[in-house]
Design a protein around this ligand. Structure first.
Ligand SMILES: *Cc1c(COP(=O)(O)O)cnc(C)c1O
Length: 467
């Protein structure tokens, strides 16, 4: 047969749309979506045929049923949400690729009410005049941090850009060489400075920076002293850094503001819960730092946001910067942030009501109980593989507390019929994706980040994949 004859034998769009199985699918799938995939599949087949050599052409047989299978599955997949819930079996609490902080169940309705209805986002209810969207969170941020004023933007990267662009454009900012952080993606302190229009003056060395390093670098062009919290690494050994207190004193003496990028915004002393000390926002404010920036979705446990607190004089200037409009947060974020911050007002409950804090501080006995529960469910489901509960460590993640090793319990599964790599891949591609780790040809599910409601999904997935 020649190519033209084969091409003529391909069904037309009309024929396909009237095919019995497609007609069935059209009851729940919009016609335009199905037509899109019919066209795509036809084109794919046409191109394939046009590229075929003589011997391939002779063997070619058009497979109508599998052709229709593809159209149906592609149409259905196109309608499904791509962005969806996954089960985090990694134990990394603030997993950047899995969406960082989880919002509290308690705030669900409050956020949805604002999202799906009209709100007073920019309306002052009392006066009936235009209000500021930031007004909703300013008072609570001031209360929680002790700062004089506050502003919120899309994320902490934007916050740093806005702060430097407002306070130090075309001027110099002094920062220690030990704090030229890369956060991941393309957030590098030197690059952010350049984008903001501020000139970086790096002082000291990688391991040691002294107060006199800063002092020597100060000139009439200096706009600010910057401290960056090395949130995702630690320099250990023969080291020295200048504390905030001394830096603030130096700034005051020279009439130069001090800016601090805290990275993770901690509002509670984590030592109370057995974690490593992490500087809190309140401490920086109390020590007299002029402007502090931090993330909303790291240790604070809220939505993605960048929070700026500090002197009113500087915040007022930032509000007038056009970048503030470009970086502004939407009503969903605002609602989620306000509701999360309100959870901090109840000191007794906040550890339980804020999922990030709850997961980071869950006692090992409680994790062990849940591991036992999942273990029992898996055994009862009849899985014929080795399933064990083991001790391990979870990580905080999100570039926070990099050295923290949180003792945890994990379920270890050693598949018999397939490799651990294959099992990991199949779990990841399951209807509700289950993200696990591999260690020595076993897969590991860390119970710290797995919720009870996920237990039966994990069991079903393993049974489907391993049976
Ligand atoms: C995480 C981090 C940032 C970036 O914050 P995002 O909210 O992710 O934009 C900036 N600086 C430091 C020190 C950080 O740890």
């Amino acid at each position: 047969m020649n190519k033209q004859d084969i091409l003529c034998k391909l069904p037309s769009v009309d024929e396909l749309i009237n095919n019995e199985r497609i007609v069935g699918v059209l009851r729940e799938t919009p016609r335009n979506v199905v037509v899109k995939f019919i066209r795509k599949s036809l084109e794919y087949n046409r191109n394939k045929i046009l590229k075929m050599k003589e011997d391939e052409l002779n063997q070619y047989q058009f497979q109508l049923e599998s052709f229709i299978d593809d159209i149906i599955s592609n149409s259905k997949a196109f309608l499904e949400m791509n962005l969806k819930e996954v089960i985090n079996g990694t134990g990394v609490v603030l997993h950047t690729n899995l969406g960082r902080a989880l919002l509290s169940d308690e705030i669900k309705e409050k956020v949805w009410a604002v999202a799906a209805g009209y709100s007073n986002l920019e309306l002052n209810i009392e006066t009936g005049k235009r209000g500021s969207r930031y007004s909703h969170v300013i008072d609570i941020i001031k209360y929680l941090t002790g700062a004089e004023d506050a502003l919120v933007v899309n994320n902490n990267a934007a916050a740093v850009l806005l702060v430097l662009g407002t306070m130090a454009k075309e001027k110099e900012v002094v920062v220690s060489r030990g704090e030229l952080v890369e956060i991941g993606g393309s957030f590098r302190v030197p690059d952010v400075m350049e984008q903001s229009g501020a000139k970086l003056v790096d002082v000291g060395t990688t391991n040691k920076t002294h107060l006199w390093d800063y002092d020597n670098a100060i000139s009439e062009n200096t706009a600010a002293l910057l401290k960056v919290h090395t949130s995702n690494y630690k320099i250990l050994g023969f080291t020295e850094e200048v504390g905030l207190k001394d830096l603030v004193a130096l700034g005051r003496k020279n009439n130069i503001p001090v800016i601090e990028d805290l990275g993770s915004g901690v509002l509670v002393d984590l030592q109370k819960f057995g974690l490593t000390y992490e500087p809190t926002v309140q401490e920086s404010v109390a020590l007299g730092v002029d402007i502090v920036t931090f993330s909303g979705d790291k240790l604070l446990g809220g939505p993605q946001a960048g929070i700026i607190v500090g002197n009113k004089k500087w915040i007022e200037r930032m509000k007038k910067n056009p970048f503030t409009r470009a970086f502004r947060i939407d009503k969903l974020t605002m609602a989620a942030l306000e509701a999360t911050l309100k959870l901090y007002l109840d000191e007794k409950e906040m550890i339980n009501s804020i999922p990030t804090l709850r997961m980071l501080t869950e006692p090992i006995i409680s994790i062990a109980e849940r591991a036992q529960q999942l273990h029992n469910i898996l055994i009862a489901s009849g899985l014929k593989v080795s399933i064990e509960i083991k001790d391990d460590y979870s990580q905080v993640g999100g570039g926070s507390l990099p050295l923290e090793k949180l003792p945890t319990k994990v379920i270890k599964i050693k598949p018999k019929t397939i490799s651990a790599a294959k099992l990991e891949e199949s779990l990841r591609n399951y209807t509700i994706p289950i993200i696990t780790r591999i260690q020595e040809d076993q897969i590991i599910i860390d119970l710290r980040t797995v919720r009870e409601k996920d237990f039966y999904n994990i069991s079903d997935a393993l049974n489907k994949i391993l049976m």
